[in-house]
Design a protein around this ligand. Structure first.
Ligand SMILES: Cc1cc2nc3c(=O)[nH]c(=O)nc-3n(C[C@H](O)[C@H](O)[C@H](O)COP(=O)(O)O)c2cc1C
Ligand code: FES
Length: 450
């Protein structure tokens, strides 16, 4: 690709942040796009790399963007379109410390306007920015502190007073432990939230002692078709807002013959006033991992992504821990529970864009494009993640058919599944029956039929 790059160079810090993610270059000449197809296949690293620079330096300079464009073979205009799409990224210099103060509905009712006005006129090295809902409405008013550096800090905290915020502006770092928003914690009638406030969210053993992984074991016993039947019979519905029948979606995904299938868990949750997913991820993260694994088993997904809201640092930390712990015990990876079934999960963080919760905008965001919704049809069940196949290759040798939004059953036997976390799957490839024959893998040029 003929890239027209500026002469701006990255700083050593920016270069280091980018290379930690995309690897060291073969040549130090940043004005030559080397790697061709292999570099283009890494386009999906664009947003994570931009986030790495942002959290290392506090903003993204022209030099950093230019270097990233050269490394990933992305036209600068496209990369600029991506970086300016996300509220948590900045292309103008910012101080390392930024306090994002929510002035959205719930926080406004709890005095956020006066809080913001007071903080905006307080002199400090910390930049104060107003923010839309931070998903901590139960503890309004809320704020998110980000401190850029080699060891970046992110803290979401609530019950913010002027006095407390001023301490933060002076350099204090709040602990970021969110309060438990569940008065009924421990109530035996709870289903989806029954472990919240009861189980240790960092302990896989504790999770297992409370029926954790019973659902996956049972799913593997009865097989994918029966799991889908159970989910359908249980009338499990999606939690994304449309109450779509989960069983129908899983069934459509499972029937797609081309591979791979992807599972995407929609944890973007940016609707003002909404924090249902945050509570699950912070308080019962293993249930999200297990439920994704059940969904993957039923629908034949090999790889899963959690698209996790950028403003949820604690949820990110706990989900990361849960994924690593599950992997270490053979509950993710190859031969899960000793069976010929492999599945793994990767977290992708949002960059502060409400629209990215829309099902196809998530795909664009993960793929390294502006998080704008795609036209439908084709629907995600036909053309999902990495649907623009020419832009992705990685290890694929075939493009899959479709998949769409498997919703997570709560972690219990599928028969009892009800009320769920929002999860969805997708496959890559323009592989509807209409266009399957036109497909060619970007890395090996085989078509799905071959
Ligand atoms: C502007 C917009 C934002 C959305 N944000 C979210 C979101 O944050 N989380 C979510 O699960 N669904 C969101 N949705 C709905 C998704 O497009 C999709 O319908 C949903 O994730 C399907 O999952 P389900 O079948 O489990 O309900 C959004 C839709 C629109 C139009
Ligand atoms: S309205 Fe402020 S955190 Fe939701």
């Amino acid at each position: 690709m003929d890239l027209h790059l500026s002469k701006a160079e990255p700083t050593p810090e920016e270069r280091e942040a980018i290379e930690a993610l995309v690897g060291a270059p073969q040549s130090r000449d940043t004005h030559t796009a080397a790697g061709g197809r292999a570099a283009r296949a890494q386009r999906h690293l664009l947003l994570p790399a931009l986030q790495a620079v942002q959290s290392r330096v506090g903003w993204i300079s022209e030099g950093a963007l230019t270097y990233l464009c050269a490394r990933l073979t992305v036209p600068p205009a496209e990369a600029y379109g991506v970086v300016t799409f996300y509220a948590l990224l900045s292309t103008t210099p910012r101080p390392k410390r930024v306090l994002h103060v929510c002035d959205d509905i719930a926080c406004r009712c709890k005095g956020a306007e006066a809080l913001c006005t007071e903080l905006e006129r307080t002199k400090s090295d910390t930049l104060v920015l107003r923010s839309p809902c931070l998903g901590l409405c139960d503890q309004a008013p809320a704020a998110l502190l980000t401190v850029a550096g080699a060891e970046p800090v992110e803290r979401l905290f609530g019950d913010v007073t002027v006095a407390r915020a001023k301490q933060v502006l002076k350099g204090e770092v709040p602990d970021g432990a969110t309060r438990l928003p569940l008065p009924q914690a421990g109530d035996a009638s709870l289903r989806l939230l029954r472990r919240v406030g009861v189980a240790d969210p960092a302990s896989l053993d504790d999770y297992r002692a409370r029926d954790g992984y019973v659902a996956l074991r049972r799913a593997i016993e009865i097989g994918p078709a029966d799991v889908i039947r159970e989910v359908t019979d249980a009338k499990l519905m999606g939690r994304g807002g449309a109450a779509f029948p989960t069983g129908r979606k899983w069934d459509a995904v499972a029937k797609q013959t081309v591979r791979p299938h992807y599972l995407v868990c929609n944890a973007d949750e940016s609707e003002p006033g909404t924090f249902k997913d945050r509570v699950l991820m912070e308080q019962d993260p293993f249930s999200v991992v297990e439920a994704m694994t059940v969904a993957a088993y039923a629908t034949g997904c090999e790889r899963g992504f959690i698209y996790l809201r950028g403003e949820y640092p604690l949820a990110n930390e706990r989900m990361l821990h849960a994924i690593r712990a599950a992997r270490a015990r053979g509950l993710l990876g190859q031969n899960i529970m000793g069976r010929p079934f492999g599945f793994d999960i990767e977290i992708r963080r949002g960059g502060g864009a409400y629209i990215c919760g829309e099902e196809t905008a998530v795909f664009n965001s993960i793929e390294g494009y502006r998080g704008e919704p795609r036209n439908k049809p084709p629907f995600p069940v036909e053309v999902g993640l990495f649907g623009k196949t020419s832009r992705h290759s990685s290890t694929c040798s075939r493009f899959s058919g479709s998949v769409a939004l498997p919703t997570l059953p709560s972690a219990r036997p599928a028969r009892a599944a009800r009320g769920s976390f929002v999860c969805r799957g997708a496959s890559r490839g323009r592989a509807s029956t209409r266009c399957r024959s036109a497909l060619r893998c970007a890395s090996c040029s085989t078509s799905p039929a071959e």
